[in-house]
Design a protein around this ligand. Structure first.
Ligand SMILES: Cc1ncc(COP(=O)(O)O)c(C=O)c1O
Length: 391
């Protein structure tokens, strides 16, 4: 079939594709340990179901306002003010979308186009490149170093900057590496971007999931930040609500208005009942306890999976300071490692599904989701250990 040039080079999301394959193999009767998905295993907080059901019963089921119901836009604003030091206080700067993924698409499509370059530090979340390319802009990958904890530096960014550089993705804590950017680095990157008129798109979807007392600052913790900064977050990770499809972007109202205009021509708005669920969670008294409880469980799983995967010949797994993934390096980073092949062999021979580093711009790695149930995690880690020891 012949498709348009809009999508002729488009590939499906590598992570979703692997998860779908693992599910299919399971439906065919194979025993599968799925460590590939990017979702926590927890149930939706009860208050979300109540908030959503109450709104539906009250008949609030018409089309939502395109940028989101005021309850949620105001709720997001309050949440940011309560959890970061210098958050903007105007709900007009909030766009609610069907997940951070749609918010990111709306922003990239609104900001970038042909001839524009967007810096994407690697390893990166798999959809950044595709989204930039759909906007017909050019993603420029900025390498970082495993031995430096994948830390991003101004020097690294400056080395890839050209006169066409218009944007920069930040993602701290990072999917897939779990790397967390400290406040000083974030401040220096904000200053550098401001100096060169580069938009910062800060994907903060794992912002609340950090461990060991390591804070994960938001761009809204930087007081002296340039105007060209947008932060994104949502309900999928810290509140374990990925299926509700609620995310948001917060930035200058003029940009939010343009991105909302785009949304008005595509999806109209994020689903209303989901917006009321999210608003109920953000406004709830128990909100911070929900996050703290999730984080405590995730921390335990992170430590136990990390401990289980130490001392394996051919796989180095650092303890990540944030997010929900272990990112292991195969064979000491040898140039000839085909991690897609390794992931495929693992899946076929052990039933363990994980995502190869190719999906994140760093071949030679495997990403494992440590936020799955304890038992599944223990089984997966054991199978991995055995497989690598016999390899
Ligand atoms: C870094 C990152 N950004 C965005 C998303 C998408 O989030 P949402 O479910 O809000 O679309 C994910 C999901 O895995 C992610 O890991």
């Amino acid at each position: 079939m012949r498709f348009s040039t809009n999508v002729s080079a488009l590939k499906p999301s590598a992570t979703l594709a692997i998860t779908a394959r693992a599910r299919k193999m399971r439906s065919e009767g194979r025993s599968i340990i799925d460590l590939s998905a990017g979702e926590p295993s927890f149930a939706t907080p009860e208050v979300a179901a109540e908030g959503s059901a109450a709104a539906v019963r009250a008949g609030r089921t018409g089309y939502p306002p395109t940028p989101g119901f005021p309850e949620l836009r105001e709720g997001v604003t309050r949440y940011l003010v309560e959890t970061s030091a210098h958050a903007p206080e105007d709900p007009a700067g909030v766009l609610v979308s069907a997940g951070v993924k749609q918010a990111l698409f709306n922003l990239c499509f609104s900001l970038f186009g042909e001839g524009d370059e967007v810096l994407v530090p690697a390893p990166f979340w798999t959809s950044y490149l595709a989204i930039v390319e759909l906007a017909r802009a050019t993603p420029v990958v900025v390498p970082t170093d495993f031995d430096e904890g994948f830390a991003l530096t101004v020097d690294g960014l400056e080395s890839m900057r050209t006169d066409s550089t218009r944007g920069l993705f930040l993602n701290s804590p990072s999917n897939p590496s779990g790397a967390v950017m400290d406040q000083d680095t974030l401040e220096s990157i904000c200053a550098w971007a401001g100096e060169h008129g580069i938009w910062i798109l800060s994907d903060e979807i794992y912002r609340r999931l950090h461990y060991d007392g390591t804070p994960a600052p938001s761009v809204f913790d930087v007081e002296d930040r340039p105007e060209h900064v947008v932060a994104m977050d949502g309900m999928s990770k810290a509140f374990s609500m990925p299926g509700w499809r609620i995310g948001w972007a917060v930035g200058p109202p003029a940009l939010i208005k343009k991105a909302s205009d785009l949304q008005s021509q595509t999806t109209s708005a994020a689903a209303g009942p989901s917006q009321f669920a999210a608003a109920a969670v953000l406004a709830s008294e128990g909100r911070e306890k929900v996050i703290a409880d999730f984080r405590a469980i995730l921390d335990r799983r992170r430590r136990s999976a990390h401990a289980e995967l130490q001392g394996i010949d051919g796989l180095e797994v650092p303890l990540p300071p944030g997010a929900i993934y272990l990112y292991g390096r195969i064979d000491g980073g040898a140039a000839d490692v085909d991690s897609a092949e390794v992931a495929e062999a693992l899946l076929q021979e052990t039933g363990v599904a994980c995502v190869p580093g190719e999906a994140f711009g760093t071949p030679g790695f495997l990403r494992l989701n440590f936020s799955v149930e304890d038992e599944i995690l223990a089984q997966g880690a054991e199978l991995l250990r055995d497989w690598f020891s016999q390899r």
